[in-house]
Design a protein around this ligand. Structure first.
Ligand code: NAD
Length: 307
């Protein structure tokens, strides 16, 4: 059994050692393709792989066509919009993610960004405190729940919107107020923390009509995906509303323009770093390896996302 770990942005060393140990114990061969710069390197490496672990690497139809033995792909992380699910399903390849394994890392970054924006990106001038402010959690999944918990610990009033979690007790036990529409969430929140996945339904859904509902002085904190934002309309709105701020962990296509026009009201990390902690690397990497062993040894498909 051959497992390829293809990571353009490699795991931390502790994670790669742990992954290799898990596969050594199972008697599998492990091949690492790290920091590759050309798609062809991935196409060559995947040729004889039975299993594939990736991070933000793109598994396109071309990659899947180049991998005749591939049976399982595990995305070490939460979002799986970088994998062609339809082609995988058509080829009988199981695709999984590792839900929850990097959530704390992303949640800590979201809170850090909130404070960073409230304090003028740590430059001189009068900032504001987040205590007592209203925090809207857009999608109450693994990351959103932790952000909500940390927000409460910091004295914020926390609201959440997630149409797929209708059981009110999920919110009640966390002391979070569920709202019944996304429009209501944006109308009440001084800070919105965005945690929706990028898919057909959500793409460009953070448009001007939604964002202009935000109260005076609000900030949008996006640690989800840039695809969920209509960046042109965001730019228009920031020009009309000098009170609004936008911080993101996913470099916008038009970041140079945004920076030039809006200065410290916008911020982006240079490269997605929500999950870039040693802890999250180890959690997600080892989970991915264990899921592959369980898949081959017991047929475990618990985390399959292309059902
Ligand atoms: P998750 O799957 O645990 O939660 C996603 C939540 O979104 C679910 O509760 C689901 O019900 C909800 N949802 C789906 N469609 C929605 C919609 N239209 N409106 C409102 N809610 C909706 O995922 P997670 O671990 O919380 O991660 C959330 C997203 O953050 C991922 O999809 C990924 O794109 C992104 N992410 C980014 C980083 C990073 O490094 N910045 C790391 C991990 C995850």
């Amino acid at each position: 059994m051959k497992v390829l770990i293809a990571t353009e942005k490699p795991f931390a060393a502790a994670a790669t050692n742990g992954i290799k140990n898990i596969f050594d114990k199972a008697g599998y061969t492990t091949v690492f393709l790290e920091k590759y710069t050309d798609k062809q390197q991935l196409l060559d490496a995947v040729k004889d792989a039975d299993a594939l672990i990736i991070r933000s690497d793109k598994v396109t139809r071309e990659v899947l066509n180049a991998a005749p033995h591939l049976k399982v792909v595990v995305r070490a992380g939460a979002g799986y919009d970088n994998v062609d699910l339809n082609t995988s399903t058509a080829k009988g390849i199981t695709v999984m993610n590792t839900p929850g394994q990097n959530s704390n890392a992303v949640a800590e970054l979201a809170i850090g960004m909130m404070i960073f924006m409230a304090r003028n990106q740590f430059t001189p001038g009068t900032g504001s405190e987040i205590k007592g402010k209203k925090l809207g959690i857009h999608a109450y999944g693994n990351v959103g729940r932790i952000v909500g918990r940390y927000g409460k610990a910091l004295g914020m009033e926390v609201y959440a919107y997630d149409p797929f979690i209708s059981d009110p007790t999920v919110y009640e036990k966390d002391g979070v107020v569920p709202v019944s529409s996304v429009e209501e969430l944006y109308s009440v929140s001084n800070y919105v923390s965005v945690h929706i996945p990028a898919n057909e339904q959500t793409r460009r859904s953070l448009n001007k009509a939604l964002l202009e509902r935000l109260p005076q002085g609000a900030s949008i904190i996006n640690t989800a995906r840039k695809e969920v934002v209509d960046e042109e309309q965001l730019c228009e709105l920031l020009a009309e509303r000098a009170d609004l701020k936008y911080a993101t962990d996913i470099l916008p296509d038009n970041y140079a323009v945004l920076q030039e026009k809006f200065g410290k009201r916008v911020f982006s990390t240079p490269k997605k770093m929500g999950a870039e902690t040693a802890e999250a690397n180890i959690n997600a990497g080892l989970a991915a390896a264990n899921q592959i062993v369980a898949f081959f040894q017991t047929g475990d498909r618990r985390f399959q996302v292309n059902k």
